[in-house]
Design a protein around this ligand. Structure first.
Ligand code: FAD
Length: 365
């Protein structure tokens, strides 16, 4: 039987949130390991599509003691991974990869972290697995009969792939807006959304993130931060806007048929056609938190989300699972952005230290 070391903490995921947590755990002298499923540094950024440049992203926050690359025409899927890789080396972070965690279970007072590369035992856990590995596609009747191509943001191959096709973009988030901006000038695009998109001139980021936290506190699944911040058209999208791409939006169709999509009468504007033929459906319908490996810990509420305890400072420091304070979730709910992940990483390291200190006092008593 191989010897299994007991760590004070295991961090799962080496994206922005996991690296930030590891940096702070190291500073606090907490023995830990970071397990990451990817073969290389970069978290989800290494999988972003090639046409996404550092000018296109909404803004990547600094890591602690590690300034972000900043705006440029460099590809985001190269610039951010290169930066993460340097950061891991410069700060000597204990990242092990590729290690895909399959489950975390309670074993006596410890947590057992099982993976395709072995088992780790830990007193606490920092979960930083992001959302990229769980693309979400809503179900619509007839989806399986569609004879054309269906793609999700996760697999967006860049605009050239779509040239000459009739493309239906689904979704009211930032990715949909960007895809329409790229595709509008070179293809025939249609846009459908479940909700009326909220365009914004200005927004209060703190208030928006607070709205996401309220859902998480109530035990509801987290909504994306963009769903409450609203959307803005950036200079890159102005050409498509002048073509009217964003004005031709329709409500969601009722069903999918082999050659296109159909609206039932009650879902249709009388001036619009009941059927639209399309070659490709591009689902820009978001992601869900990648937390299925935590299922054995029963952290979820009856509403489907993992409730978090209130943060010590503000909404982005809410990281501790209400049902098991050994478990910290970073990059989840209110901290699901680069700045949020970054701040949550620090809050998680401090929460881990508090928990370990309390345990020590308990054992000594
Ligand atoms: C297209 C797109 C553009 C975005 N642009 C921005 C932006 O401009 N600014 C911004 O602030 N936010 C942006 N976001 C959101 C932002 O990417 C995330 O909030 C942030 O980068 C996520 O960091 P993270 O560390 O939480 O997760 P990730 O970067 O996803 O890292 C999670 C890591 O965990 C690993 N992992 C997952 N499951 C397991 C497992 N079971 N075992 C082991 N490892 C596992 C993954 O492989 C990955 O390496 C964007 C999101 C998308 C989808």
């Amino acid at each position: 039987m191989p010897r299994v070391d007991v760590y004070d903490s295991v961090v799962i995921g080496a994206g922005q949130a996991g690296l930030s947590a590891s940096y702070h755990l190291k500073r606090l002298g907490i023995a830990h390991v970071v397990l990451d499923a990817e073969p290389r540094a970069g978290g989800a950024w290494q999988h972003r599509w090639d046409s996404l440049t550092m000018d296109d992203v909404h803004g990547v926050a600094d890591l602690p003691d590690g300034p972000a690359p900043g705006r440029s025409t460099d590809r985001a899927n190269r610039a951010v991974p290169a930066w993460f890789g340097r950061y891991e080396t410069e700060h000597g972070l204990p990242v092990r990869r590729p290690v895909r965690v399959s489950s975390v279970t309670g074993r006596d007072d410890l947590l057992e972290v099982r993976s395709d590369a072995g088992t780790w035992l830990a007193r606490t856990l920092v979960n930083a697995t992001g959302t990229w590995t769980r693309p979400f596609v809503p179900h619509y009747p007839g989806a399986e009969t569609f004879a054309g191509e269906q793609l999700h943001t996760h697999d967006y191959p860049g605009p050239e792939h779509f040239r000459g096709r009739r493309v239906l973009v689904v979704g009211a988030g930032a990715s949909a807006v960007q895809f329409l901006g790229e595709l509008g000038p070179i293809t025939d695009t249609l846009w459908v959304t479940r909700r009326e998109p909220v365009w914004r001139e200005d927004f209060d980021g703190r208030e928006a993130v607070g709205q996401v936290l309220e859902r998480v506190r109530a035990g509801l699944p987290p909504a994306s931060v963009v769903s409450v911040t609203g959307l803005a058209l950036r200079p890159q999208e102005q050409a498509a806007a002048r073509l009217g791409v964003y004005d031709r939006r329709r409500p969601m169709f009722s069903r999918i048929e082999p050659g296109g999509v159909r609206w039932d009468d009650d879902a249709r504007d009388p001036d619009e056609s009941a059927y639209e033929p399309v070659d490709t459906i591009l689902w820009a319908t978001g992601f869900r938190p990648a937390v299925t490996h935590l299922a054995p810990l029963h952290l979820r509420s009856e509403h489907g989300g993992i409730p978090l305890l209130p943060g010590t400072a503000d909404v982005q420091t809410a990281v501790t699972a209400a049902r098991d304070p050994r478990v910290q979730l970073v990059g989840y709910g209110p901290s699901a952005s680069t700045i949020g992940g970054n701040r949550a990483g620090r809050a998680a390291a401090l929460a881990v230290r508090r928990h370990l200190t309390r345990e020590l006092v308990r054992l000594e008593a």
